[in-house]
Design a protein around this ligand. Sequence first.
Ligand SMILES: O=C(O)CCC(=O)C(=O)O
Length: 270
Amino acid sequence: MSAPDFSSRFSVSPDDLASYREHGHVIVRGLASAGEVAACRPALVEAGEAGRFERRPLQERDTYGKAFLQMFNLWRHSELAKAFVFARRFAQVAADLMGVSGVRLYHDQALFKEPRGGATPWHQDQFYWPLDTDKTITLWMPLMPVAPEMGLMTFASGSHRGGSCGDFAIGDESQRELDRIVDEHGFDRSPTGPLAPGDASFHSGWTLHSAPPNETDVMREAMTVIYFADGTKVGELDHPNRRFDRDVWLRGCEPGDLAAGPLNPVLYSR
Ligand SMILES: O=C(O)CCC(=O)C(=O)O
């Protein structure tokens, strides 16, 4: 199957731009067509299966392990997977939402919530990322229609504004402590509601988010692509998670260097 042409411009509405800036998340409907997603889905599912390392039954895993199967950098697996992850249209929307002139790839992830898979605990992505900027953003796009009972993303609106809420890796503690922080700050809990394949949510690196369990017998297939503003420097490697991320995603880059390793191509530049 030939790869869809994802090079066309997508016009982000002023309401969506304002909503992203105010709330730290937004849903962009119809960013890809159903046909484009259908063309890439088999390649993405196959790449996910090839990159899957978790084989234990759900009941033998910890809370993080139960939340989803997580497979990285599917773009290296096939031309179709690469066409999806490198889609200029997606990257242009990421740049527009952040108000920057260009973005680089941090990495992609397939996040497949298994049938009866657990909740995704509250967390902030940027806790993991040694990137010296708040111009980071994640695209989350389902490859299939997803209903609320399959575990849709829930954002704490406005939680991006204060930066780090504390050093919490994803797990029981992050769920407990960050849930309390959501209450304390009075952040609205905003579930995305049903999404169609090709709809996407975007959230900022500091936006608190979580997802309920998958209560169905169907795998919830979603792809994420994480972008950061071109020109960003590598930040402090101040805990093991950030050292790990630097070693894996920012290979060869030291704190203070431009974050521009071999796995971080520019995906959009105005
Ligand atoms: O898909 C999920 O349940 C969580 C996704 C997530 O945490 C993310 O995309 O940053």
